[in-house]
Design a protein around this ligand. Sequence first.
Ligand SMILES: [Zn+2]
Ligand SMILES: [Zn+2]
Length: 529
Amino acid sequence: MRKLYYNGTILTMENELPVVDALVICDGKIEFVGTYEDVNNRGDISEEINLKGNTMLPAFIDAHSHFSAVANSFLQVSLNESTSFHEISSRIRNFIDAHDVKPGEWINAKGYDHNLLIEKRHPDRFFLDTCCPENPLVLQHASGHVGVFNSTGLSVLGVTVQTTVPYGGFIEIKDGELTGYMEENAFLEYLRKVPMPDMSVLMDAYCKAQQLYASYGITTIQEGFAVKEMIPFYQYLLEHNRLTLDVVAYMDMKDDKHFFDYFPNCIKQYCNGFKLGGYKIFLDGSPQGRTAWVRVPYEYENDDDDYCGYGTMTDEKVVDAIKLAGDKGLQILAHCNGDAAIQQYLHAIKKVTRDMDIQSIRPVIIHAQLIGIDQLDLVKQLELIPSFFIGHVFHWGDIHVLNLGIDRAAHISPAGSALEKDITFTFHQDAPVIEPNMLETIWCAVNRITKSGKKLGENEGIDVLDALKAVTINAAYQYFEEDIKGSIKVGKNGDFVILDKNPLTVDKMEISNILVLETIKEGKTIFVR
Ligand SMILES: [Zn+2]
Ligand SMILES: [Zn+2]
């Protein structure tokens, strides 16, 4: 089955033949790339598709997100962009009414950002008790790293003032009472104990999540922190062939044996669309939650002038984790936002590099938002791949100026400097933190404009083509898939996205308004507008 695409602007992301007007795919693989006149054996073509002047690119590749959390977000109260406690409360009540939630059922509400609330703080359990006293409730911050439980939630989970706080975590107690607020390892530990919804409901949500990614032109996605509780869902998805996208999972180190047992054919290779790519570790929190671990104290911190956030793993633990990944030949992804966390990671990698070829597992720095310009040489030398959460410039840029001061904020996600040092980097949205909107991400990387319309670190802006490479060929490299994905080249998978405008020629401010018309995976259309 040979399919011809013609009469479009085809951007290949290859240095040789960067723009062509025709390509042929055969059985899902690219067979020809070039000009319409040069297509051979025209008689064998079973389908000719006129691109009508639209632009075709290799499909986008999600360098970091949380597939299951995106699926779950369809089953949760969305608190994105809420502006007050009052709004949080009414969204929760509306959800209870709309979904006919019974007393005792868990409610998961996600996406509030205390910086955007008029109260400028996290709600506490006493407030949340007024929203839904009869249901256990967890409120997750937009960063996913901190949150609040209501009193029913705390008692169902058995949290009391006597509860031991896990290392690298925080459980807030005021006047001898729990406030319900928790951070990092404490929050994540209790969040994991919140029960999941029914299988059929969940599968429907996983299906919607894949449609969401596909609607943004993405065909390869990530399970950015795979824990054993997810195994039954993946078993179901694989058994019933429900994965329409390629999913790469990065495991919690504690749980790897479970994944190896259940998915022995998925280790570093796809089986029914699922691949175990390696491990995920967390070295700190988030800058907007002021839990990113930084070298220079935060600004505007009232209670403690020297507050620098904090690390969530000891130096030895980080070294051990990298060694373990190296021993198994599996990739490691480390969540590091602050420059102190990045320093810890760099030191650990450097240490391990002495007795191990750690570069062969292509270690990744996830987020790398506050990476110091002075740290980039070592990143290059150690061949680390920073994956920048570049959309932060727009979504939280104004808040970063307040928390970090203008100089540091201007260098957040310094793609321009990384490019100058010839570092291979990728971009991600950390969905569901923000939508996996690749064109908005490209727009951010190129324009670096905040929500209030201010330019933030203009010299860190990059060209459109380099930004596109970050979410195609570079992301394919990050996944060890540069031979099959990421560019339009003979022999690679027929994974494409068709756009209504050419991002290379459109006004730079218009890039985020470009529409994804169609998404194609291995020759099959999986999304059409
Ligand atoms: Zn993260
Ligand atoms: Zn993440």
